[in-house]
Write a protein that binds this ligand. Structure first.
Ligand code: SAJ
Length: 408
């Protein structure tokens, strides 16, 4: 039996995947409402294939609980918030989970940390928690880091098919955990040490952040000289060794916009490219605002209330708003005292998150002259004609061309 601790975006699909592949699973979360929802047969977020996976796991006997279980393998997928000022990780949820496990686990249990942690976190914070309880690592308990790699929007597919990394002190323990994950994972599973696994995970997200920053910087360069960045990237990408990503309104989500800061925080004198990339991506919401005001001026739109914002999620076809570029842009607008003036709509976000948020496209478009498209959800891409009568600032290059469509 395994006990998966934390049933959020990573823990839930992971618990379900193990269960659906014949592993006996108890999924634990301290949030009683979340556990009640799962017990009532409903998933807690939208993701392709998640409901089907949920049904298979329930059929296979997955159990949800607010209590930790005594078992020999724990998988910890709790949040790892970071402090925006110090750029350091807050390991308190991981530590609390490990402490709780120590209270009940049998001798020799294996604790697998899936949560993303900054390189060195397990040495600096987790090992002391274990040692303080009088446990000998490697005898009383084994520590493993198996960072998740799945992309929101395609999680179920990627959980099955992505390659994985397992970091363990003892290669034999690493091999055992590899075998466990191989119950469902069809990708290659590399076994290494914990520090390397921590670093590798953060490096992967930093690689993507830097590449997005390059696209965003190109967008700014091209805008300054009236060139079409999208056309340039399309053509450049025909080169066999060029693969430029897409410029956009900024980088959101709890991963790519966060993890590179760990490297900047730990290696401030060295991680200069990484810091620059982060700052470039963080500057994009303001760049969108500036672009919107240029267009308003060009088109004679005087009232900000005539401009609406489409998209609150951090990217297309997800219901996650963490670090979303729209929220960052609205923070900026607050400083200009106009945040509440624009209507905001996102078909994926049902709860009210910001002022002036509406819940249907009709209500959103009513009375607007201009729409800033912050997210290219499929609902919009499948019916672009709804924007026909509007001036559009298309930050995602999803609205086609036309005299009323402006790009970054
Ligand atoms: N974005 C762009 N241009 C692009 C690609 C993305 O502006 O060309 C933006 C997105 O709109 C979004 C942000 O970047 O705001 C991040 O989106 P994403 O789809 O690139 O990545 P995430 O954050 O959803 O998931 C990433 C993935 N990491 C990598 O691809 C290296 C995923 O595999 C990780 O598991 C996940 O982070 C994580 O949890 O760490």
């Amino acid at each position: 039996m395994i006990n998966v601790i934390g049933l959020g975006y990573i823990g839930l699909p992971t618990a379900l995947m193990f269960a659906a592949h014949g592993v006996e699973v108890v999924g634990t979360d301290y949030d009683a409402d979340l556990v009640a929802t799962l017990k009532a047969g409903r998933t807690t977020f939208k993701e392709d294939g998640l409901d089907e996976l949920f049904s298979s796991a329930v059929e296979a006997g997955v159990v949800f609980s607010t209590d930790y279980q005594r078992t020999d393998t724990y998988i910890i997928s709790v949040p790892t918030p970071y402090d925006k000022d110090s750029k350091k990780i807050d390991p308190s949820y991981v530590n609390a989970a490990v402490e709780r496990v120590m209270e009940i686990c049998p001798k020799g249990a294996t604790v697998v940390i899936e949560s993303t942690v900054s390189p060195g976190t397990i040495d600096r914070f987790v090992r002391p928690v274990v040692k303080d309880r009088g446990f000998v690592i490697g005898e009383d308990v084994n520590l493993v880091h198996a960072p998740e790699r799945i992309i929101p929007g395609n999680m179920v597919y990627e959980l099955l098919h992505n390659n994985r990394t397992i970091g363990a002190d003892d290669p034999a323990v690493g091999e055992r955990v590899k075998e466990l994950y191989a119950s469902f994972c069809q990708g290659e599973i590399a076994v290494t040490d914990i520090r390397t696994a921590e670093m590798t995970k953060v490096v992967e997200n930093t690689f993507r952040d830097i590449n997005i920053a390059f696209a965003n910087e190109l967008a700014k360069i091209c805008r300054s000289d009236g060139m079409d960045v999208h056309e340039i990237i399309r053509i450049a990408n025909k080169h066999p060794r060029v693969n430029i990503l897409s410029p956009g309104p900024g980088v959101g989500g709890h991963c790519i916009s966060v993890d590179p800061w760990f490297l900047v925080g730990d290696y401030p004198g060295i991680a200069r490219l990484i810091r620059n990339a982060r700052e470039t991506n963080d500057s994009m919401p303001d760049f969108v605002l500036q672009r919107a005001s240029e267009i308003m001026e060009e088109r004679g739109i005087e009232a900000i209330s005539k401009v609406g914002i489409y998209g609150l999620a951090y990217k297309e076809d997800v219901d996650d708003v963490r670090e979303s570029p729209t929220l960052q842009m609205m923070e900026s607008m607050k400083r200009h005292l106009c945040a509440g003036a624009c209507k905001v709509y996102d078909p994926w976000i049902e709860t009210d998150i910001v002022a002036n948020q509406v819940h249907s496209m009709e209500e959103f478009l009513e009375g607007l002259e201009m729409v800033i498209v912050m997210v290219g959800h499929s609902q919009l891409k499948n019916d672009l004609s709804v924007l026909d009568a509007k001036i559009v600032l298309d930050t995602r290059d999803v609205c086609g061309d036309g005299e009323n469509v402006y790009k970054l």
